[in-house]
Design a protein around this ligand. Structure first.
Ligand SMILES: *[C@@H]1O[C@H](CO)[C@@H](O)[C@H](O)[C@H]1NC(C)=O
Ligand SMILES: *[C@@H]1O[C@H](CO)[C@@H](O)[C@H](O)[C@H]1NC(C)=O
Length: 184
C-alpha cells in the first residue's frame, strides 16, 4: 500500500515535470517592471506563434540580453506596457517569461484577450528554429493545457493567419502548420 502510494506520487511528479518545462523568469533575464497589467481570463482558446524578426541567440546570456532589448523596444518605441508576448523562445532551447500566463499580451490585435502569444527569437523566413526550440514550444503548449491556462480544444495559429504580415516567417509557418490543432 505504502509502495503503491509512493509510486503514484512519483508518477504524478514525473507527469508534472514532463508537462511543464523550465521557464526563465523575468527576474532571471532582467526584466523591467511593466507599466500596467490586464488580467487574462483563462483558459484561453488560442495560441498564436510569432517570430521576433531580428537576430537569433544561442546562449542564456545572449538570449536574456536579446529579450531585454525587445522589451525596451516594445516599451520605449511602441509604447506598450511591457514586452508584447506571453513567452519567448530562444535558439538555446529555453523559454523566457514575457507577460506570462495571467497577463493579457499585446501581440495580436483583437486576439490578445483570447490567446497566448509565443515568439521565437530570430528571423525564420528561410530556416526554421532548432529542434530544441521547437520542442520547448510544444512542451510549453502541453503545459498550458495541463495547468488549464489553455483550453483542451485550443487552436494554434501563426500571426499571419490573423493579420496581414510575414510573421512568423515562411520556414517557421511551414513547421507549425503540421503541429496538432493548427488551423489557418
Ligand atoms: C528576415 O529575413 C529575410 C530573408 O533573409 C529578409 O528578407 C527580411 O528582411 C528579414 N526580416 C527582418 C525583419 O529582419
Ligand atoms: C475580447 O475583447 C473584445 C473587444 O475588444 C470583446 O468583444 C470580447 O468579448 C473579448 N473576449 C474575451 C474572451 O474577453
Amino acid at each position: 500500500m505504502m509502495l503503491q502510494t509512493s509510486v503514484v506520487w512519483l508518477l504524478a511528479l514525473c507527469a508534472m515535470a514532463l508537462g511543464c518545462p523550465h521557464i526563465v523568469s523575468r527576474s532571471q533575464w532582467g526584466a523591467r517592471v511593466p507599466k500596467n497589467k490586464v488580467h487574462l481570463k483563462t483558459p484561453v482558446p488560442y495560441v498564436i506563434v510569432h517570430y521576433s524578426a531580428g537576430s537569433c541567440c544561442f546562449t542564456p546570456a545572449s538570449c536574456s540580453w536579446l529579450v531585454r532589448i525587445i522589451q525596451r523596444y516594445h516599451m520605449d518605441n511602441w509604447l506598450l506596457a511591457d514586452i508584447a508576448y506571453n513567452f519567448l523562445i530562444g535558439e538555446d532551447g529555453r523559454i523566457y517569461e514575457g507577460r506570462g500566463w495571467r497577463t493579457r499580451g499585446a501581440h495580436a490585435e483583437n486576439w490578445n484577450n483570447k490567446s497566448l502569444g509565443i515568439s521565437f527569437l530570430g528571423n525564420f523566413s528561410k530556416i526554421g528554429p532548432r529542434r530544441a526550440a521547437l520542442n520547448a514550444a510544444k512542451r510549453l503548449i502541453q503545459c498550458a493545457v495541463s495547468r488549464n491556462f489553455l483550453s483542451r480544444k485550443y487552436i494554434l495559429k501563426g500571426l499571419r493567419n490573423v493579420k496581414l504580415t510575414r510573421c512568423p516567417g515562411n520556414a517557421l509557418h511551414g513547421v507549425i502548420k503540421w503541429w496538432p490543432r493548427f488551423k489557418a
